[in-house]
Structure formats: C-alpha cells, structure tokens
Write a protein that binds this ligand. Structure first.
Ligand code: PLP
Length: 386
C-alpha cells in the first residue's frame, strides 16, 4: 500500500535529515569545514566548498525547505536580502524590465528604486490590488512580476491569484516574498507562483538569533540562482544553517501561536478608544479579509495600528509597555514593537511614506508566542497610563 503524503508538521521534523545519521547522531552536526576532499568532480560548481552552498548542512536545509514548500529545489542564503537580490539578478540584467508591488519591505524597495537603475534594470511599481492597471506597465522587455504575501506594515493582501494568472498569460516569472505568512500559512507554489522567497531571519528560524534567507521553486530555476549566488557570495554560514535547521522543526507549532495571539491582540486593540484603526487580515474589518480566509491557514503575527492622538501618544504607549521589546524585525518568539517611520521605512522620505499610506504615528507589532492574555494585559496597563 502506498504511504500517504506526509503532513507539513512531519516534514518539518524529518524531511532532509541526513541518512544514514552521521555517527548515529539524532541531531545533524555542524560541519564547520570550508572545503571538502575532491572526488573527481567535473567542474567548478560541483566542487565541495562552503561558498558553493553544498556543505551537508546546506544540503539538509535545501531538502527540508523544498519539502515544506512543495518545491523541486531550495537554496539558503546569508540573509533575506541576499535571497531577494540574488534571485532578481539571476533573472534580469541591463535592458530588462520588471513589475514590482509598490508597498514592499523597505530594503527591497530601496534596492529596486536605487540599485536596480544603476545596473540598467528598469522597474515599474504597481498597485497589488488593481490588476486592471498592470498591463499598462508592460514592455517588450518585461521579465517578471514581484509581490509580497502581505505588505509591511499595512498588511494588505494583493490579488495573489490575479498575479499568477497575469504572469502565466504574459510569460513572466512570478516571484513572491512569503516571509509574513511562512509555508505553514500560505503555499504560493501550489497557487502557481514560480518562486517563493523568505527572510528566514523571521518565522522560519523563529528565535531572532541569525539572519538568513531562502528561495524555493523549480530545480532548473534554482540551479540558475545557485550559480549566481556562488558568484555573488551570499552563502549562509554552517552554524547559522544549524540554527535555522533547528528553528524550522518547531515552525508549525510557533505559527499556530503567532496566529492566535495576533488575532487576540488585534481584536483587543480594535476595542480600545485610543486606537483609530487596526490593520490585520484576520479581522473582519480588514479590506482583504475574505481573500485572506480563502488563501491563508492563518494570518501570522504582524499587525499594525494607528493611535487617535498620533506620534507622541504612540511613543508614550511603546515606552509604557513591559513585554514587547522596541526593536525592528519580526517572527521571533518574543513580541517586538516599532514605529515603521523610524525603523523598516526610515529609508523613505515622509512624502514617500505618506504616498504608501504609512502615517508617522503608525505602530507595528510583531506578536510573539507569549500568552495572549499577558500581552493584552500589558497593552491595557500601557493605555491606562497615557
Ligand atoms: N522581506 C521581508 C518581508 C522582510 O520583512 C525583511 C526584513 O525585515 C526582508 C525581506 C529582508 O530580510 P533580511 O533582514 O533577512 O535580509
């Protein structure tokens, strides 16, 4: 009798584990070796050398990530930005054009609006929720379309099904940064995206102790991206590989808690008189709530909200909280809180932020896996002090 396909929770623990287990070790060791004995490999990219992303730690991670995302292959990188830039630079070059969603992670946005032009790559920014406008920006040189599952920090969910259809009809490569959902909450390759990218710094690792990235997709495309990474050099260190491998094993459990906590805190904030608006796709009040329900198993741990009294009140609230740490990033076990105007989106001008709908007083919470009742109680005491 054929074995049924394994569930994601099982794949997170067992997929990609080295067989036979080295020295019988239940946990795969860290291979802290820059180079490996030559075994008659035919060419440079087949040599076993750390920068060529083929140490046993890398291979185990690649197999696990491919399994959990339903991909033919995967690649880990030294950061999320290394995954994003290496992927883009392996698909487009001077004279090529791409379409990218307008509200992207700040680093990606800066890369596309500053570095890409210097490399001769042309970019048009599109509204993720206005598919009728996308075709207007097409050129004969358009190669790809790039979006994020949920935008940071407003948590808008673009028309993801339309992105896939548009890319297929126009023969474009479709790329999604799925960091905010993780493969537990959304599986973009199953929907028809060509490439799925993550800042593995966030949920995949889950403990705020490394930076890492990854990209998943068809084996042929991954071979091309790997070759580019081999040249650009954004390789993940074996110790960071080990930590990411360990973090991945608890991803499903952690995501369930992030989803539940963020929804509980979002509902709590929505009821507070000091709060003008809460952005979280799990809320019925969110403009794309129905799409999120259709496509996602959960909406992740990030939410944002606006205080009625603006920036000063937001800063006083943040200062009065005891549990959330005022720090950028997301996806770790601990709750983090920021004002995006001073962190993730500080690279933009106030005008650029306003054009994207990011008010100076907007607060973003990356909800961790503490007890939701303790988080809500902490926010309640901070509101009461205002
Ligand atoms: N993509 C998203 C959605 C992010 O939030 C981030 C970082 O915050 C990145 C990419 C970049 O990842 P890294 O910091 O690992 O380079």
């Amino acid at each position: 009798m054929a074995t049924p396909p394994r569930q994601l929770q099982t794949q997170l623990i067992h997929a990609g584990e080295p067989q036979p287990r080295p020295a019988g070790a239940v946990v795969a060791p860290i291979y802290q070796s820059a180079t490996y004995e030559q075994q008659g490999q035919p060419g440079y990219n087949q040599l076993r050398y750390l920068r060529l992303n083929n140490s046993p730690n890398h291979l185990a991670l690649h197999a696990k990530l491919a399994a959990i995302s339903g991909a033919g292959a995967a690649l880990v990188t030294a950061s999320g930005m290394a995954a994003i830039t290496t992927t883009l630079l392996s698909l487009v070059g001077a004279g090529d054009h791409l379409l990218a969603q307008d509200c992207l992670y700040g680093g990606t946005l800066n890369f596309l609006s500053e570095e890409a032009a210097a490399l001769g790559i042309e970019v048009d920014f599109i509204k993720g929720n206005d598919p009728a406008s996308w075709a207007r920006h097409l050129r004969p040189t358009t190669r790809l379309i790039y979006v994020e599952t949920m935008t940071n920090p407003l948590l808008e969910v673009p028309e993801l099904e339309a992105v896939v259809g548009f890319a297929r009809r126009r023969n474009l490569v479709s790329i999604i940064d799925n960091t905010f959902a993780s493969p537990v909450n959304f599986r973009p390759l199953a929907l028809g995206f060509d490439l799925e990218i993550h800042s593995a710094t966030k949920y995949l690792n889950g403990h705020s102790d490394i930076v890492a990235g990854c990209v998943m997709g068809e084996a042929v495309q991954l071979a091309q991206i790997t070759r580019r990474l081999n040249h650009l050099g954004g390789t993940l260190d074996p110790h960071a590989c080990f930590l990411l491998h360990r973090g991945l094993k608890t991803l499903a459990l952690r995501m369930r808690q992030h989803d539940e906590n963020a929804l509980a805190l979002a509902r709590f904030l929505e009821d507070r008189p000091e709060v003008a608006r809460v952005n979280y796709p799990g809320l019925e009040s969110h403009a794309q709530h129905q799409r999120a329900r259709r496509l996602f198993a959960g909406c992740g741990g990030v939410l944002s909200f606006e205080m009625r009294e603006g920036t000063a009140a937001a800063d006083r609230l943040i200062a009065g909280l005891e549990l959330p740490v005022a720090a950028p990033s997301l996806g770790g076990v601990e709750t983090l809180i920021t004002r995006p105007a001073t962190t993730s989106h500080s690279g933009l001008t106030p005008q650029q932020r306003a054009a994207l709908g990011i008010n100076e007083g907007l607060v973003r919470v990356a909800v961790g896996i503490e007890a939701a009742q303790d988080l809500c109680a902490d926010f309640a005491q901070a509101f009461d002090q205002l």
